[in-house]
Design a protein around this ligand. Sequence first.
Ligand code: NAD
Length: 349
Amino acid sequence: MDTILNVAVAGCGYWGPNLIRNFSSLPDCRVKQVCDTDESRLKHMKKLYPSVGTTKQYEDLVNDKELDAIVVATPVHLHHELAKKSLLAGKHTFIEKPMATSSAECEELVTLAEKKKLTLMVGHTFIYSTPVRKIKEIVDSGDIGEIQYISSRRLNLGLFQKDINVTWDLAPHDISIILHFMGKPPVSINCQGKAHVNPNIEDVTNMSLNFGNGGFAIIHSSWLDPNKVREMIIVGSKRMIVYNDNEPLEKIKIYDKRVEAPPHYDTFAEFHYSYHYGDAYIPYLKQVEPLKVETQHFLDCIRKGQKPETNGLEGLRVVQILEASSRSLKNNGAMVEIDLELGKKPVVA
Ligand SMILES: NC(=O)c1ccc[n+]([C@@H]2O[C@H](COP(=O)([O-])OP(=O)(O)OC[C@H]3O[C@@H](n4cnc5c(N)ncnc54)[C@H](O)[C@@H]3O)[C@@H](O)[C@H]2O)c1
């Protein structure tokens, strides 16, 4: 394989240009073509990157023999169709989150990539961010004890999507981060929400994930909030972590706080909670753009033939949880049992 990998990006709306900027900044990569059905977006990209080819026809990417990889950053309902064409044409494929609109679509893509021995990666960006990597390190070291629960809030005003509800838009980030920290899949989930602006598209939802004997998580997603909130609280049996992604520098604070109930007591008078108030600690975090790490990881995996951290199976797990959330929403928040095994391959047909 040539030292320089030729990449094309389909979808130059809000997010695609961030991918184009990052791939363009990598020394071992050339963004050869970008594609969008909207001419004005192509004109804009041509101004920013005069040497990059532009096209309104996705087939031009698929038929380009020099292309090693295609990046799909279009609306979600097109992910499966475009990624499938890319894989069938023998291109390594990167799909933005959420991977597709159903687990059946994701499974088909995973199977196809396996068969063709191609790299398939999903843009669960936060897994490549310094704060998430740092928290994972702290959790795995045992420093905060057992995770008791995680509470996540991802709120802002808009951006309203037409093809997916707010859970499918915002919660893929929280779900991928929570699965990463917990290291195991939930056994049941439920989700409640309301559609205020577009009749059938929920703009505020609250999902809970139950991890059986160990752990519980709550995800609040909203397009109808006056403030931009990006906050996750990880409560361990020994310590607690507050991760505020809106903070410019001090994104993680570790609180040496816990509460213990007495193991045995006979009367209420004997019952005393033991509250522990210790110091708070702010770890140093190196400032690196997560997308830069993510895009470089995609290229490295292509070269080495390795599975990306956020590979197709991880993308599938997130979509399985999103699907279960939609089932629960339709049933007024009823608990939906799920059986996902992280890292386990679906049966290849
Ligand atoms: N990883 C992240 O943090 C992150 C952040 C934002 C968005 N996203 C994801 O990126 C994807 C795109 O989101 P967005 O907010 O940029 O949407 P967007 O609507 O702003 O942009 C999508 C673009 O795709 C173009 N398009 C539509 N059909 C096309 C086709 N057939 N071929 C080529 N281009 C086509 C549209 O004209 C538009 O310019 C979504 O999957 C979204 O979830 C990821």
